[in-house]
Design a protein around this ligand. Structure first.
Ligand SMILES: Cc1cc2nc3c(=O)[nH]c(=O)nc-3n(C[C@H](O)[C@H](O)[C@H](O)COP(=O)(O)OP(=O)(O)OC[C@H]3O[C@@H](n4cnc5c(N)ncnc54)[C@H](O)[C@@H]3O)c2cc1C
Length: 506
């Protein structure tokens, strides 16, 4: 079928996964259209302007960084499959990161992009555990790429077979969970393996210019390959006919059709588009009314059965405070840490908090502290991420919402400063030239993700299949998380469901 509004593939959402899927398909000659509701590309990994200054949303660091020449890695696969030259992302490695536990950071593990640094730290601070840790690292190295067709196994249980110190166990899980777990308190072993490789065996990097460079490269590749992108063009409904996604109804009421549809917006969010009744429930859930998600879950469960119910569950969300400073963090005495994962006791509780924000643990990112090869960011930045409870943000009246943002901006910074070299309140106040805080409500408002979820639903759909033959999922609810994971998810779903016969024959 050929008409101006018919495509080989329509992709819902122009985040990292949707863009990567689009590039891959366009390279193989498919007529592709990405439909994005927001005015900006990037989704959870985007940027915005406030008082003339550009703020990144979802980039502390790109994970999976390896030096040039290292073969067989996720980054290499991603660059090759998207035909991106390594230099185009201009990735600059981290300087050093830390995991610190205890009320004043009394136990600390330093790590860099060189795995031997972490090994040496563990040998020095947990001498009785180092052999087990090394064997665990060997398990991760030999695990292979079989991450989706394996049964779910508790990573906690497996790790306990390798070492016995609960403090070390929690210090390992803290960074891996903060950077890639949709599940509370435990991870599936395959996800643990992916994250262990991504953070510890490989490492962190970012371009000096930040998220914008990554997005620009992806858009250029996509457009150069002939891909079309429609912005401010949300999909309001998926019309089902004979077990297929027969048409997409756009927010303005127009319809487009496609042979295949890939959705990057989340599993429950996609199913809700298939069912106006469910869609109504989702709108209620996302509105600042505090009504919760029960109508949607009930309707989804009824209509789509067990699989749909698995996509529903306690989603995890975060607040992130951002502080722009006159000077580089190093000049203020904060040293050269790039990322600090902190927890103020010996046990780590990665879960949706009972209070609005959980200040006990979090992630500090000092984006100035990448090795930019002599260049530097013109201003200093301090970002602090903490777990937050969506329900206690969504229903707030506007005035209270603003007041709470200010409160948690201060409190999250105060909590994080316990784990950085001390500077006085007066110095910090004099240094601060701009601040912002985004909340679970911000995330839902700008990306449509249910309950402000950053890592999607706890249950994943590894094969990306849905109840409709030609509708597939990619992105966080397919199962690969983070920036690199999202792009790989888009690539693998495009390969698996649409390009496979061709790739096999090539
Ligand atoms: C604060 C924060 C910090 C982070 N830090 C890091 C980090 O340091 N390193 C890292 O690797 N990852 C990080 N992440 C995670 C990373 O950004 C995400 O995992 C990744 O970007 C997800 O991409 P995605 O394509 O799966 O989904 P999304 O980015 O959510 O893309 C989905 C897109 O679909 C659009 N959409 C939704 N509904 C509709 C509709 N009905 N019609 C049309 N379009 C629609 C949305 O607007 C969005 O653009 C962070 C995220 C956040 C929020």
């Amino acid at each position: 079928m050929s008409s101006p509004s018919h495509y080989d593939v329509a992709i819902i959402g122009a985040g990292m996964s949707g863009l990567a899927a689009g590039i891959r398909l366009a390279h193989f000659g498919r007529r592709v259209c990405i439909l994005e509701r927001h005015s900006k590309l990037g989704g959870l990994n985007s940027f915005y302007r406030l008082d003339g200054r550009k703020f990144d949303v979802g980039l502390h660091a790109m994970t999976n960084f390896v030096p040039e020449g290292v073969r067989g890695t996720p980054l290499g696969k991603l660059l090759r499959q998207l035909r991106i030259e390594r230099g185009e992302f201009a990735l600059c490695p981290q300087k050093q990161s830390r995991v610190v536990f205890g009320s004043t950071g009394k136990t600390e593990l330093r790590f860099t992009n060189d795995f031997s640094v972490l090994e040496a730290e563990i040998a020095a601070k947990f001498p009785a555990q180092i052999d087990g840790f090394r064997r665990l690292a060997d398990l991760v190295r030999s695990y292979g790429d079989r991450v989706f067709d394996v049964p779910q196994v508790s990573a906690r249980q497996v790790v306990r077979e390798y070492f016995s110190d609960p403090l070390l166990e929690d210090m390992m899980f803290c960074p891996l969970m903060y950077y890639g777990s949709a599940r509370e308190r435990d991870m599936d072993l395959s996800q643990f393996v992916i994250m262990f490789r991504a953070l510890f065996l490989e490492g962190f990097a970012r371009p000096l210019e930040g998220v914008r460079l990554v997005i620009r490269v992806l858009l250029e590749k996509y457009q150069a390959a002939g891909g079309e992108c429609r912005m401010r063009c949300g999909v309001a409904r998926i019309v089902e006919r004979e077990g297929r996604a027969a048409a997409l109804v756009l927010d303005g009421g127009a319809e487009i059709t496609a042979d295949h549809v890939i959705s990057s917006i989340g599993a429950a969010e996609t199913l809700a588009l298939c069912d106006p009744m469910v869609g109504g429930g989702l709108a209620v859930a996302s509105a600042p009314s505090g009504m919760g998600i029960l109508p949607m879950s009930a309707a989804l469960g009824q209509r789509h059965g067990q699989d749909a119910r698995a996509t529903i569950g306690r989603r995890l969300s975060f607040v992130e405070s951002i502080r722009v400073l006159k000077h580089q963090p190093g000049e203020l005495g904060w040293g050269s840490d790039t990322i600090v994962f902190f927890n103020d006791s010996d046990r780590f509780d990665y879960a949706r908090p009972a209070q609005q924000v959980d200040l006990r643990s979090g992630v500090i990112c000092l984006p100035n502290n990448f090795d930019f090869g002599g260049a530097e960011l013109p201003e200093g930045w301090l970002r602090v991420t903490c777990l937050a409870d969506y329900d206690q943000w969504i229903g707030l009246p506007e005035e209270r919402y603003r007041a709470d943002k200010l409160r948690w901006l201060d409190e999250s910074t105060r909590s994080a400063r316990r784990f950085l070299p001390e500077i006085s309140d007066a110095t910090l106040a004099a240094e601060t030239i701009a601040t912002d805080l985004f909340t679970p409500r911000t995330i839902t408002r700008f990306t449509g993700h249910l309950e402000g979820a950053v890592y999607g639903a706890p249950g994943k759909t590894p094969d990306g299949r849905t109840h409709l033959k030609n509708l597939y999922l990619c992105g966080t609810d397919q199962g690969l998380l983070g920036i690199v994971g999202a792009m790989l998810s888009g690539i693998s779903m495009a390969n698996q469901h649409i390009l496979q016969p061709e790739i096999r024959g090539a």
